[in-house]
Design a protein around this ligand. Structure first.
Ligand code: HEC
Length: 124
């Protein structure tokens, strides 16, 4: 029996596409920042769609006023988000019981893309 390798290859590609498409809802259309946040495991604490978990929700975070543990308040802007990831212990929100680990692998470019994603959830 003669096996057509091209057909086999086409089948493998189709199967891979099916697996990718079924992985998470609308993974092909999701924002780049969401994909990166999953890659860096941010979503395991902040929720698959930024709804929150061990860490605070990203939904509605941008532009909001956060009360910090020392009683001071901070408006969440780009700088706040950047500091939250680079130096999480610098500004710990009230009511939080666990610290956020620093992830030294996040590149500055990827961080900006993730920040764009968090900003897009401002009114979510
Ligand atoms: C192990 C769980 C965990 C992981 C993983 C994690 N975080 Fe967090 N994150 C937290 C916790 C807990 C806080 C609140 C305490 C703090 O700020 O240190 C927080 C705070 C934040 C805040 C500020 C939220 C606020 O309300 O002030 C941002 C922004 C943030 N994380 C982004 C990220 C990004 C981006 C990543 C991935 C690179 C990430 N986090 C990975 C647990 C996590």
């Amino acid at each position: 029996m003669r096996v057509d390798l091209r057909l086999l290859a086409a089948g493998a590609v189709a199967a891979a596409v099916t697996v990718l498409a079924s992985c998470g809802q609308g993974s092909e259309r999701e924002p780049a920042g969401q994909t990166l946040a999953r890659k860096y495991a941010c979503l395991s604490c902040h929720g698959q769609n930024g709804e929150g978990g061990t860490g605070p929700a990203w939904k509605g975070l941008y532009g909001s006023t956060v009360t910090l543990q020392d009683g001071s308040t901070a408006v969440v802007d780009d700088e706040y988000l950047r500091t939250s990831v680079i130096n999480p212990s610098a500004q710990i929100p009230q009511g939080v019981t666990v610290p956020m680990p620093v992830n030294p692998n996040v590149t500055p470019e990827d961080l900006e893309t993730i920040i764009e994603y968090i900003k897009s959830l401002a009114n979510a």
